[in-house]
Design a protein around this ligand. Structure first.
Ligand SMILES: *[C@@H]1O[C@H](CO)[C@@H](O)[C@H](O)[C@H]1NC(C)=O
Ligand SMILES: *[C@@H]1O[C@H](CO)[C@@H](O)[C@H](O)[C@H]1NC(C)=O
Ligand SMILES: *[C@@H]1O[C@H](CO)[C@@H](O)[C@H](O)[C@H]1NC(C)=O
Length: 338
């Protein structure tokens, strides 16, 4: 398959691509079909998982976990992407613990969530940053430096963005979902005890580029989104393996929201009408994220879906995992030093 590698995952059917080894069109087409089949499967699986009062059970598991309920001075939590559909629910849920002071990173302060909720809460400090702007990431890291965080949630992300690159050639999904966030993490990690990065189950369907410029490739919006989420899960896995930091990645659930603003008109219409009543709610996704990161048997380096680990990174050949990690690491260094 020419320029692309596929995961060693039994639920995929990419073999026909060997007839079109250099075609971005067909690669994107196959990823697109796989992602919609996966979304249909996840919608059912998540509806079964969430049925009844599961959200109450998840919340009570969270509230009774020792890490959540212990007392202490100056307990702090960091939420990146705290203005997103899931991010804003994570902030609201974290605020139910009156011991926590939340530092929330938003893209713009002009949202209604900022006006109605974040602005007036003395237990919340809001920071504004554009994660694809290295100067802003450095500035933010300086402001947050030496604040000790018990937990950090990296929940910023974009999906199905049109083809677009930073001035140094990083494709936009990789820039926001991977480089901007992991760079901030690298700058702060010694002040953070536990971290969760929001990846996505679409990583299961991703292909990885064999090109030198793997952060710059763009066969289409579905490929770019899925590859960036795979890159993020691989980065977390390799980082933990090499440096024993305490971080995981996870799929928070298939939740309709702002992320769908670049989807096709059919999905947008469904998102505005029928999907929110049948798909996972952002409140449930937020409860799962915090429950996963606060639990006692947290397994650093793992990728989680619905409280279980899935060995997605094991489906990427070891050599490729190392290459993806090294490429991201090198780009972070470039953004940090420049
Ligand atoms: C918020 O501000 C940014 C730029 O400052 C602008 O691009 C965006 O459209 C604004 N959003 C709203 C909801 O006003
Ligand atoms: C999708 O639906 C959510 C929840 O109903 C809404 O907040 C969001 O703005 C919608 N997005 C689009 C692009 O219609
Ligand atoms: C994940 O898969 C890899 C490769 O197949 C394997 O070496 C590894 O032991 C697996 N990890 C777990 C936790 O099962």
């Amino acid at each position: 398959m020419g320029e692309w590698g596929i995961l060693e995952n039994k639920w995929r059917f990419y073999q026909p691509l060997s007839f079109f080894p250099d075609s971005d069109f067909w690669l994107e087409f196959f990823v697109f079909v796989h992602i919609y089949l996966l979304a249909a499967f996840l919608a059912i699986r998540e509806a079964i998982f969430d049925r009844g009062d599961r959200i109450l059970k998840i919340k009570s598991e969270l509230f009774s976990s020792p890490r959540w309920s212990k007392r202490g001075e100056k307990r702090r939590i960091l939420v990146i992407g705290g203005d997103g559909t899931i991010g804003s629910e994570i902030v609201k849920l974290a605020r139910q613990n009156s011991e926590f002071h939340c530092h929330v990173v938003v893209h713009h302060k002009n949202s209604t969530f900022f006006e109605n909720f974040l602005k007036n809460d003395p237990q919340i400090t809001v920071h504004e940053a554009d994660l694809v702007d290295r100067e802003q990431v450095l500035f933010l890291a300086n402001r947050l430096k030496s604040v000790q965080f018990e937990v950090a949630v990296f929940a910023a992300g974009i999906m199905l963005f049109p083809e677009c690159r930073t001035s140094d050639g990083v494709e936009m999904h990789n820039a926001v979902n991977v480089i901007g966030q992991t760079m901030l993490y690298e700058l702060l990690h010694s002040d953070i005890r536990r971290t969760v990065f929001l990846s996505s189950a679409t990583a299961r369907m991703a292909c990885f580029s064999k090109s030198e410029e793997l952060l710059g490739v763009y066969a289409g919006p579905y490929q770019a989104y899925a590859s960036s989420k795979l890159n993020l899960a691989v980065y977390v896995h390799e980082m933990v393996r090499r440096r024993h930091v305490s971080a995981i990645s996870m799929h928070p659930g298939t939740v309709p929201g702002h992320l769908y603003r670049f989807a096709n008109p059919v999905v947008k219409l469904l998102n505005a009408t029928w999907l929110p009543s049948v798909m996972r709610s952002p409140q449930m996704a937020a409860a799962l994220v915090l429950c996963t990161v606060f639990r006692d048997d947290f397994q650093p380096g793992a990728y989680y879906e619905d409280l279980e680990t899935v060995n997605v990174t094991g489906w990427v050949p070891e050599k490729e995992r190392h290459r993806i990690y090294d490429t991201i690491q090198k780009r972070i260094e470039m953004w940090t030093e420049h």
